[in-house]
Design a protein around this ligand. Structure first.
Ligand code: BTN
Length: 321
């Protein structure tokens, strides 16, 4: 019912809608209408109520509205004003949530990055979202999903902003040598069959500034482009690309296009890098990315190694990359 009221107000934004009109339309009491409006307000929707006139919804420019996004993408999409972490939210409810459910939040209080790090998630400045996926694939194959996400993010960034987006294997997207996006993929299941996978994506879209310690390696699309970017356009473009690649992989096992993007947009192939594993740091050349999403490295000793995304971090010789 709440969603229906939101849909009605959304499609009648230019006018006030009286409680009576809503009551008749949805065949519920005025009190019920009032309660749903109150909940919508608590969820962050700006609804002006004037006695004798009714209710009017005001959508701010670039506000992420679940109703609108669901209509465009045809998936269940929840939008929070604030949350601990969108990955945590999906993990808590994954039994009840449908496959491909997406959840976004305007801010995260405990946004999480890889290797136990925090993810800076200030209100309204970025895209912080997660997707719940229940594909019939093995644990080994699940690494490929991070690659699919990275390819979709990089392509979407370039399409929407025109900025040259690169992929720093396995899960960072960079622009002009600094990180604009990180991907945190969490998997639960057995080696031969996973139960579910949560892909969390954080993009610094309109972030105006970073703390001194983040500044050296992080930037935002706004800082690089020097103009505000539409988070809605970016999200929609990205989600469409992600599910196009994802369906191609899960339904047809086809990863050709993704693999081409991962290699073509790689920030590290053909470069000297440091491979960091805990306290250990080894220098070598990034040689190739396999279709499975593994990175082949040749160390200065001549020894070669194939790395999976879960085990290492990669850095450029002079800083982030
Ligand atoms: C990294 O680069 O370390 C990965 C960062 C992933 C951040 C995103 S933001 C949405 C989702 N929720 C989280 O708590 N983390 C991911």
């Amino acid at each position: 019912m709440k969603e229906k009221i939101l849909e009605y107000l959304f499609t009648h934004q230019e006018e006030f809608t009286s409680g009576e009109v809503l009551r008749k339309k949805f065949n519920v009491s005025r009190t019920a209408i009032w309660k749903h409006i109150k909940t919508l307000k608590e969820e962050g929707y700006q609804i002006t109520s004037i006695s004798n006139k009714g209710y009017q919804l005001q959508i701010e420019e670039d506000q992420l509205v679940s109703y609108e996004l669901e209509k465009i993408l045809g998936k269940e999409i929840e939008v929070f004003q604030s949350i601990d972490s969108t990955n945590n939210y999906l993990k808590r409810g994954m039994q009840d949530f449908p496959d491909k459910k997406m959840v976004l939040s305007e801010e995260q209080k405990q946004g999480r990055g890889r290797l136990g790090r925090d993810w800076y998630s200030p209100k309204g400045a970025g895209l912080f979202f997660s997707m719940l996926l229940k594909p019939k694939i093995s644990m080994q194959e699940s690494f490929k999903i991070t690659g699919i996400a990275a390819a979709a993010v990089a392509e979407a960034i370039e399409e929407v902003t025109g900025l040259p987006a690169k992929i720093k294997w396995p899960n960072d997207i960079t622009v002009n040598g600094k990180k604009v996006c990180g991907i945190l993929t969490e998997v639960s299941g057995e080696m031969d069959k996973i139960n579910y996978l949560i892909v969390g994506i954080g993009i610094n879209v309109n972030t105006p500034d970073f703390s001194a310690d983040l500044k050296a390696m992080a930037t935002s699309l706004y800082l690089e482009k020097k103009e505000k970017i539409s988070r809605k356009d970016l999200f929609v473009t990205l989600a469409k690309k992600f599910f196009y690649f994802y369906d191609d992989f899960t339904e047809r096992k086809n990863l050709q296009e993704v693999h081409g993007i991962l290699e073509g947009r790689s920030a590290i192939l053909g470069k000297e890098i440091f491979v960091i594993r805990g306290e250990e740091k080894k220098q070598g050349m990034a040689m190739a990315i396999s279709e499975d999403g593994f990175l082949k490295v040749r160390y200065d000793s001549g020894e070669e190694e194939v790395l999976s995304s879960g085990e290492v971090s990669v850095r450029g010789l002079e800083g982030y990359l």
